[in-house]
Write a protein that binds this ligand. Structure first.
Ligand SMILES: [Mg+2]
Length: 212
């Protein structure tokens, strides 16, 4: 059996993130909690703006301006960007698994719905882990986002494989279903101790289990 290429989602797979970290800093400026800030932002249409940003339809400055005017936040672009970017921490067991897979000779691709500011942050913050990836497929660069079939086909093309030759790992059921609909094999990520046997069941050779 041909060795599959393995495509990892970034957020809540390679690294964890929490928007509330940013929202607490923004909320302080308005005298409200981070949760209240995020709830107010979502009620005002934040998700739609983020999706446009993550498909590359808005620049970082346009995005910052849109969010700030939506909620009445007066803050410099630099301060907005610094808070927006500082929301990630490494998922260490997955990072160890990525290193093992790389040493095993697997083609690894990162397939992330993300944006310019977050990608600039995580490329720097997780440079060692990301150095194991052959290619990064980022929604704002390719102009497509999960769960659109075009996004998964861009990942397969980056891996140099047919869709059927790829395994796509994502924490969101909707994104796994999108991968399967696009002809890839899919695994929903829960934790590394369930991911390892699921990869092995698809023929991926993992010589030792990374400690959880
Ligand atoms: Mg995710």
């Amino acid at each position: 059996m041909q060795r599959p290429a393995i495509i990892f989602d970034f957020g809540n797979v390679v690294a964890h993130f929490d928007y509330r970290r940013a929202c607490e800093r923004y909320g302080q400026r308005l005298g409200i909690t981070g949760d209240a800030f995020l709830e107010r932002l979502r009620d005002l249409g934040f998700s739609d703006i983020v999706q446009r940003y993550e498909r590359g339809a808005l620049s970082s400055r346009q995005f910052a301006q849109a969010v700030c005017s939506l909620i009445g936040l007066e803050i410099s672009y630099e301060d907005f960007a610094a808070s927006w970017s500082d929301i990630f921490w490494l998922n260490e067991p997955v990072a160890r698994l990525i290193g093992l897979l790389k040493r095993g000779g697997y083609t690894l691709v990162l397939g992330s719905n993300t944006n310019d500011l977050h990608a600039a942050q995580f490329r720097q913050q997780f440079a060692e882990t990301l150095s194991h990836f052959d290619r990064l497929v980022l929604s704002y660069e390719v102009g497509h986002s999960k769960p659109s079939a075009d996004f998964y086909h861009a990942c397969a093309a980056a891996a140099g494989c047919s869709p059927a030759g790829c395994v796509f790992i994502d924490d969101l059921a909707e994104n796994v279903a999108g991968a399967v609909a696009a002809g890839l094999r899919g695994i929903q990520y829960r934790d590394v101790s369930s991911l390892v046997p699921e990869l092995r069941a698809l023929g991926v050779d993992i010589p030792e289990s990374p400690a959880p």
